[in-house]
Design a protein around this ligand. Structure first.
Ligand SMILES: Cc1cc2nc3c(=O)[nH]c(=O)nc-3n(C[C@H](O)[C@H](O)[C@H](O)COP(=O)(O)O)c2cc1C
Length: 135
């Protein structure tokens, strides 16, 4: 039997240093996505009321590399690790980095619907879990 892949999931919360503009968020997504794609990382990013919540998943080494980049990013602070855990399979296999929090964005920019998306049940539960762990 081949050794199962060392898959992990990492989640954290943080606070944007200043309210992110639309363009600012797009720039952030661009650079995050490029790295994620090159390193087999998938996940979701939530942005609401100047708070970020993110879950990334992938092999341990890649996720830890992305985590370092995330922690070093000066666009946010109060970065609070929620959990790192081993997972058997990915929850977001097709999402390089899905962005949530953009209901107003999609109204203004319908072309972005694909990228921004609506809240499905799974993500809603996830966000509630993240919110609940905030003190
Ligand atoms: C809220 C937030 C989420 C981020 N998510 C990721 C991510 O998923 N993957 C990643 O590699 N970097 C992520 N980053 C870090 C930035 O994408 C990246 O390190 C920074 O923009 C520097 O990019 P550069 O290498 O293009 O200069 C994130 C940063 C912030 C503030």
């Amino acid at each position: 039997m081949p050794k199962p892949k060392d898959l992990i999931e990492l989640s954290y919360l943080s606070e944007a240093v200043s309210d992110m503009s639309f363009l600012g968020l797009m720039r952030l997504l661009e650079s995050a996505r490029a790295f994620n794609q090159a390193n087999g990382i998938t996940g979701i990013l939530l942005y609401d009321n100047q708070q970020f919540g993110q879950i990334i998943e992938g092999d341990r080494a890649s996720v830890m590399k992305a985590w370092k980049r995330i922690q070093e990013d000066r666009r946010h602070h109060r970065v609070e690790l929620l959990e790192i855990r081993e997972i058997a399979e990915r929850s977001f296999p097709d999402w390089l980095l899905r962005f949530y929090g953009g209901e107003t964005l999609t109204q203004d920019y319908p072309a972005l619907t694909q990228m921004v998306g609506g809240m499905d049940k799974h993500s809603l539960a996830l966000m509630n879990r993240m919110r609940a762990s905030q003190t």
